[in-house]
Design a protein around this ligand. Structure first.
Ligand code: FES
Length: 293
């Protein structure tokens, strides 16, 4: 069995759900208010913050592993290990925020990822203590053990991102299925004011659900699958969020600016795919932006 098949088995295992769910609720409770969660998700950045921050501990610890091979440079390795330990704290907070809003399979793997990262952090803290007491060989041994555990944990994190699609934009994936042609969404007069309705875009292999929102003579059209985890935005609401008119997802409450598609409230850190719109003889026409054609 391959490593990835083993990780898929972990994602399907229900054995630890009784522990994981209370832990998730505890994280949700600790990361209040919503603005704190949004900061950690990276909603303000328009990009998940966790992958931006993890390069600090990973980079520092890998570099320390190389410097430890060269005796005169071992004091520098100790500095890098300390930097990695400090950098692991904000990285773990952003990971915890994303984990608390993830699907169940990702939460199971994420619990393993967090346990492994905590073990790696403990080994590196032990390494620092050993080095401070003049026990350099033990310190190096603990650091290499920490690097091994952190590397295995990185493989788990990669599987969560690339195989289970956490933190990616689900709306960008859906948008890729659209053809580049203009889509006739019907008469403007058929659209209700100020609430999303479902329309369908022609896809290369399957039809793509779209969410259209009318505000007077203006219509904003989005891919209906929410960027966070594919929630149905056509069943969402239009609300004022942080000073902007937003389309709000009914699943976890992500709010996307109607004008730009940018997230105004998480958990989504990614923008919602928005289509170009023009009117033609009283009918609403839409097509994906050029990057998706
Ligand atoms: S699916 Fe989670 S906020 Fe939309």
């Amino acid at each position: 069995m391959t490593l990835m098949a083993i990780l898929d088995r972990v994602a399907d295992a229900t054995a630890f759900d009784k522990v994981i769910e209370p832990a998730r609720r505890a994280v949700l409770g600790a990361l209040r208010p919503q603005a704190v969660k949004d900061f950690l998700h990276g909603t303000w950045l328009g990009h998940p913050l966790h992958p931006v921050l993890v390069h600090v501990p990973v980079g520092a610890w890998v570099s320390a592993g190389l410097l430890d091979l060269i005796p005169p440079l071992r004091p520098a390795a100790t500095v890098l290990i300390g930097a990695g330990v400090a950098g692991a704290v904000p990285a773990s907070l952003t990971g915890a925020a994303d984990w608390s809003a993830a699907d169940v399979g990702v939460r199971r793997l994420g619990a393993l990822h967090a346990a492994a990262n905590t073990a790696a952090l403990g080994l590196y803290v032990g390494s620092l203590v050993a080095r401070s007491r003049g026990r350099g060989a033990l310190g190096r041994g603990l650091a290499y053990a920490g690097l091994s555990v952190a590397s295995g944990s990185a493989a788990i994190g990669g599987h969560m991102s690339y195989a289970l699609s956490t933190a990616v934009s689900h709306s960008a994936t859906a948008a890729r299925a659209l053809t580049g042609e203009w889509i006739d969404l019907g008469p403007l007069d058929d659209l209700p004011e100020g609430r999303p309705v479902l329309r369908t875009g022609k896809g290369r292999s399957v039809a793509v659900p779209l969410a259209a929102v009318r505000r007077g003579a203006r219509v904003d059209v989005f891919v209906a699958a929410c960027a966070h985890l594919s929630g149905p935005l056509d069943e969402g609401t239009v609300e004022d969020v942080r000073g902007a008119q937003c389309l709000v997802c009914p699943r976890h409450g992500s709010a996307f600016d109607l004008d730009t598609g940018q997230p105004r409230r998480g958990p989504s850190a990614n923008a919602q795919e928005k289509l170009e719109v023009r009117m033609e003889a009283g009918r609403v026409m839409a097509r994906p932006p050029s990057r998706n054609r």
